[in-house]
Design a protein around this ligand. Structure first.
Ligand code: F6R
Length: 614
């Protein structure tokens, strides 16, 4: 999830681009760059690190005044956050400069094709293939828009691309598939951007782009076609958000925006994981198949929400691989003298990749000779750098301190790891792996379904926001969901909230149940009948003691109806994958309660996004 801006108009392009990047820094901040058109050719500056590094570079070495340019702030997916991997990418002949947001799934085969034709690549990014391919098309005499269409047809995955041609002083061309792109229409100037925050200071007139389109802009004109070149209508609209709302995509909080981004984030985690033979591949795993076959124990180590993702993962990984899997809070791990050998696979989960407790666990595990795989959202951060392998979640930056899309994408990456191990060790047949993958691929649409039906939850939050205490119950993979639901409410609403395994309640915590206390219960799908029936008994236990039951159950589960004071329906999913759906209403509930209580949802008291002390 990167920030993208293109400008054509009378102002000094460098200033417009840097201003726009500053307003989009929340979209990605591990490197930034700009390129502008000049008579001497395309000029560019790019720097790893925060935008301030690029600004310092431009202060020392400004680019010449120009009226056409592109800029990018990066959230790395392929290739570490370095100067060379920063965008814009230049084609080897220097004719094309290009910026990209998204993931080009088939970049490896396209790169091999270009390299065998003698094209030299400068970076490790997937994006550079698009610049090189466009240059090759221009070399055959195509115009920039035509070249962009031809190349877009060949790309798989998600992308917004913006390119300019050293031979054409007036035109920027952008292309989009499943990744945001909006055109800003000023007076005698035009913008293309990943969101309106980039240009809101200059114009509030925008044009919405459809799916699979190419748009060609000059300072005065914009023209949209599909990838075949047929004209397509853009939808003009007026932006009435202020800058802060624009940055949050119109939401009141980054956290709410990130909750709503989850269908895309989970889809991005799943993207590009199959090779041409439909074998699950995790490119970032640098541990050999024979080493993976010798593993006799998995230990998942993480903190907070990431630890709960690990608890979900345990159910799936043990079931699919039959390897014993422990889950450990990172800050406890190395102090208990854990049994870790060269046959132990340690899996760390960390959104930030900088959590000190988790990092210390990585170092300890490697000292003991274990292999370490990191599941992480932040490319180039310390934990993946110090691990033997990494699976990136590709969720894009998470700004809200309370983790939401981080959690769902961590669970998704854990499923991928479990399936990969099952495939490599032969504990699941290829068709069995494929069938779980097929179900996983339906999850983004189902998460969207949950997000589309939140009116009742908002009303529930209004009814309940003054309560003092809330309990959450679940069993099996629903138990970590209960823990996560409680943690969200503690973190941002500052309410007393506890999550329990539903069966454990009677061993003590049921004493907390008093008249009117809200109890959320995650009910497993009906296929697991014993599990399902046991949870229904647990609901009855708390209801008999006066609890107000809020029951999350799949569509068609009529058995729960009589015991639910409030029923929240979930789309159908298998037991192991249900956490991807059941968590979402709990996130929305917590976000709404905290909002109603007047708290700062994005920066809750006493908390930091990245906890770099032990
Ligand atoms: C909860 C939350 C924290 C983090 C934990 C680990 O909403 O955000 O509990 O999950 O501090 O952080 P990472 O994943 O960055 O290691």
């Amino acid at each position: 999830m990167c920030g993208i801006i293109g400008y054509a108009g009378p102002r000094n392009a460098q200033n417009v681009l840097v201003d726009a990047l500053r307003r989009m820094e929340y979209r990605g901040y591990d490197s930034a760059g700009i390129a502008v058109w000049t008579e001497e050719g395309l000029l560019w500056r790019k720097k790893a690190g925060k935008l301030s590094n690029l600004e310092a570079e431009l202060a020392q070495h400004p680019v010449a005044a120009a009226h056409l340019g592109i800029g990018h702030t990066r959230w790395a997916t392929h290739g570490a956050p370095t100067d060379v991997n920063a965008h814009p990418h230049l084609s080897a002949d220097g004719r094309v400069a290009l910026i990209h947001n998204g993931i080009i799934e088939n970049f490896a085969s396209l790169r091999a094709e270009l390299e065998s034709a003698g094209v030299a690549f400068a970076s490790q990014t997937d994006s550079e293939v698009a610049a090189q391919l466009i240059a090759r098309e221009l070399g055959t005499g195509a115009g920039l828009a035509e070249a962009m269409r031809t190349v877009s047809r060949r790309l798989e995955g998600t992308f917004t691309l913006v390119a300019m041609d050293a031979h054409d002083p007036d035109v920027l061309v952008a292309s989009r598939r499943n990744s945001p792109l909006v055109v800003g229409v000023g007076e005698g100037e035009m913008f293309v951007a990943s969101d309106v925050a980039a240009f809101i200071e200059f114009t509030r007139e925008a044009v919405e782009m459809g799916q699979d389109v190419v748009v060609e802009v000059t300072a005065d004109t914009w023209k949209v076609t599909d990838f075949a070149g047929n004209p397509v209508e853009g939808k003009p609209y007026h932006v009435d958000w202020d800058l802060s709302a624009a940055e949050k995509g119109g939401y009141d909080w980054f956290m709410r925006k990130e909750i709503y981004e989850q269908p895309q984030a989970v889809a991005d985690t799943l993207l590009g994981r199959f090779d041409a033979d439909r074998q699950l591949t995790l490119d970032e795993i640098r541990i050999s198949a024979s080493e993976l076959r010798t593993i006799d124990k998995i230990v998942i180590v993480a903190c907070g929400t990431a630890y709960y993702a690990g608890l979900v993962a345990k159910y799936a990984i043990e079931h699919w691989t039959r390897i014993p899997c422990e889950v450990e809070i990172a800050s406890e791990f190395r102090y208990r003298d854990p049994i870790v050998t060269s046959r132990t696979l340690v899996v760390t989960i960390s959104q930030s990749g900088e959590t000190a407790d988790t990092l210390m666990a990585v170092r300890y595990a490697r000292e003991q000779g274990a292999k370490v795989i990191a599941i992480c959202n932040t490319n180039g951060s310390t934990i993946p750098r110090e691990s033997d392998a990494v699976i990136y979640t590709h969720a894009g930056p998470e700004i809200g301190v309370a983790s939401t899309k981080g959690f769902l994408t961590q669970i998704t990456a854990c499923y991928l790891l479990g399936l990969f191990l099952a495939q490599e060790r032969g504990t699941k047949f290829g068709d069995e792996v494929a069938s779980v993958m097929a179900e996983l691929e339906t999850m983004p649409a189902k998460i969207q379904e949950v997000l589309d039906g939140t009116d009742d939850l908002l009303k529930l939050a209004r009814d309940l926001h003054r309560v003092e205490s809330v309990l959450f119950l679940g069993r099996h993979a629903g138990y970590p969901v209960a823990l996560e639901g409680a943690l969200k409410l503690k973190e941002i609403a500052y309410l007393h909230a506890e999550g329990f395994p539903a069966g454990e309640l009677k061993h003590g915590p049921i004493a907390l149940v008093e008249e009117g206390i809200p109890v959320f219960v995650v009910v497993p799908p009906q296929g697991r009948d014993q599990l399902h029936d046991k949870v229904i008994s647990n609901i009855q236990e708390v209801r008999a003691r006066g609890a107000r039951t809020i029951v999350l159950a799949e569509e068609g589960d009529e058995e729960v109806q009589p015991y639910a004071d409030k029923l929240i329906r979930l789309p159908r999913a298998s037991t192991l994958l249900q956490p991807l759906l059941a968590t979402v209403p709990l996130q929305i509930f917590a976000c709404e309660v905290a909002t109603l209580l007047g708290h700062d949802v994005d920066q809750p008291r006493n908390l930091a996004k990245s906890v770099t002390v032990e």
